[in-house]
Write a protein that binds this ligand. Structure first.
Ligand code: C2O
Ligand code: CU
Ligand code: CU
Length: 458
């Protein structure tokens, strides 16, 4: 179904799909409700109200799924605005991907949508709205998805850290999270950095034990520069997939985590007394994001004995036959006003892909940026001609980083390629998942100001 057909007949097709999902399966296994609603919470400046979460007084929870097991979520929209939920990094069926006007219609206030999917990969992923994305994400609606794997090694503890900023006034009230100025540059940074909605929280971790840290950068703009200080360990996965190509992040080897990206680390807790700190090293100095406090008897588990994580079944690339598609990320030739729809248009655009700014979500006549044939290997040449960083994210597929014109990059599998200023990165993928897949910068102000589109697998 192309976008035009979707606009003409998609609503009917979708409600049939949703009804089938709930009737055929719900009796054996009821969907888990996700009640998207307003929340109040103390982010460190007194209670902030008007936040967006899935409970009235808490951040969105960690959702735990199992590899190859079907999950069902009923998203009940209890806001006074439209929404959808996208499952970032999961290679699932297109109609469950949560992209408004591309894979489903926006969920109206007071109504629900049933998502049902089977994650083929284990690892650390996340969920967030894809309609009213700027407002709802900035106001808190980002949560971590953990897909568990029976074949993963055992850890003594697991700690999940969701990193994001809030934009608050001095009395704790929400401030405007986006600006025209920010959209034209690197995005509008928040002024309160949080981890799981807390400023520099401290967590207990078993002394001398092996801890799995799952960290996700879910801010709308901030690029984290991370170091883990006070413990040794190794990076065991990036963006969901097991890897041993990433150095342990110290202040000399910072781990850069751009919006949308995740990292899993295995670390050995020290004995009682010394805290472990996750720091963000900004150019202006560093600040702690979270602390781990060794507690209890020393478990004496050795990092050296830790086997690697279970591998996901990733596609076999056939680079010898791969066709190349080029994408140029840059300014718009002119500032086109964006149009219509229920998902929060800015009314201005600064950015483009291949010189075309995304004209707004609800524009039925926009075709894909590229078409790819099911089962074939493609190289995507991602060229940034702008002075800003762009974490470029593709839905529904996983790609392997091949090379950069500026630096050595680890050849990892990922869903988000972080392009630096004037950098070109080539990535390769197998087009093994049918449908229209959103493709955009994960600095949400860039996405909403033109740096978006989609790729079709046919
Ligand atoms: Cu995490 Cu289209 O996004
Ligand atoms: Cu995504
Ligand atoms: Cu960008």
């Amino acid at each position: 179904m192309d976008r035009r057909e979707f606009f003409l007949g998609g609503a009917a097709a979708l409600s049939v799909g949703a009804a089938w999902g709930s009737n055929a399966f719900a009796q054996q296994h009821a969907p888990t409700s996700i009640n998207v609603q307003h929340a109040s919470f103390d982010l460190g400046k007194g209670v902030t109200s008007g936040l967006v979460s899935t409970a009235s007084d808490a951040p969105p929870p960690v959702l735990r799924l199992r590899k190859n097991q079907t999950a069902r979520f009923r998203v009940n929209n209890q806001l006074d605005n439209y929404t959808t939920i996208h499952w970032h990094g999961l290679r699932i069926a297109n109609k469950m991907d949560g992209v408004p006007y591309l894979t489903q219609l926006p969920i109206e206030p007071g109504t629900s949508f049933d998502y049902e999917f089977t994650p083929p990969d284990s690892g650390t992923y996340w969920y967030h709205p894809h309609c009213q994305t700027m407002e709802q994400m900035a106001h808190g609606l980002t949560g971590i998805l953990v897909v568990e794997d029976d074949n993963d090694p055992q850890f003594d503890a697991e700690i999940v850290l969701n990193l994001k900023d809030f934009h608050l006034k001095s009395d704790g009230a929400l401030d405007t999270p986006y600006t025209k100025r920010g959209a034209a540059r690197g995005g509008t940074m928040g002024n309160v950095m949080t981890t799981n909605w807390l400023q520099n929280p401290a967590y207990d971790a078993p002394a001398g034990g092996l801890v799995r840290l799952r960290i996700a950068a879910t801010d709308t703009a901030r690029i984290y520069r991370l170091a883990l200080e006070g413990a040794k360990g190794k990076v065991v996965a990036m963006d969901g997939h097991a890897t041993d190509l990433i150095p342990w992040p110290t202040k000399d080897t910072l781990l850069i985590l751009a919006p949308g990206q995740r990292v899993d680390m295995a670390l050995q807790m020290p004995d009682k007394g010394t805290m472990v700190t996750l720091n963000h090293h900004a150019l202006s100095g560093h600040r702690p994001l979270a602390q781990l406090m060794p507690t209890g008897q020393n478990l004496k588990h050795q990092l050296e004995d830790l086997p690697s994580l279970a591998r996901n079944q990733l596609p076999d690339l056939d680079l010898s036959t791969a066709e190349t598609h080029e994408f140029l990320f840059g300014w718009t030739p002119e500032a086109d006003p964006q149009n219509n729809g229920w998902c929060g248009s800015f009314g201005y655009s600064f950015w483009s892909i291949n010189k075309k700014p995304w004209p707004g979500d609800a524009e039925p006549n926009v075709g894909p940026l590229a078409e790819m044939k099911l089962g074939k290997t493609y190289i995507l040449r991602l060229r940034n001609e702008s002075p800003n960083d762009h974490p470029i994210h593709l839905h529904g597929l996983v790609f392997k980083l091949l090379r950069s014109n500026k630096r050595d990059i680890p050849q990892i599998w990922t869903d988000t390629a972080h392009l630096l200023k004037d950098e070109t990165i080539e990535v390769a993928l197998v087009a093994d998942n049918l449908g229209d897949w959103a493709f955009h910068c994960h600095v949400i102000e860039h996405q909403k100001a033109g740096l978006a589109g989609y790729l079709s697998v046919v």
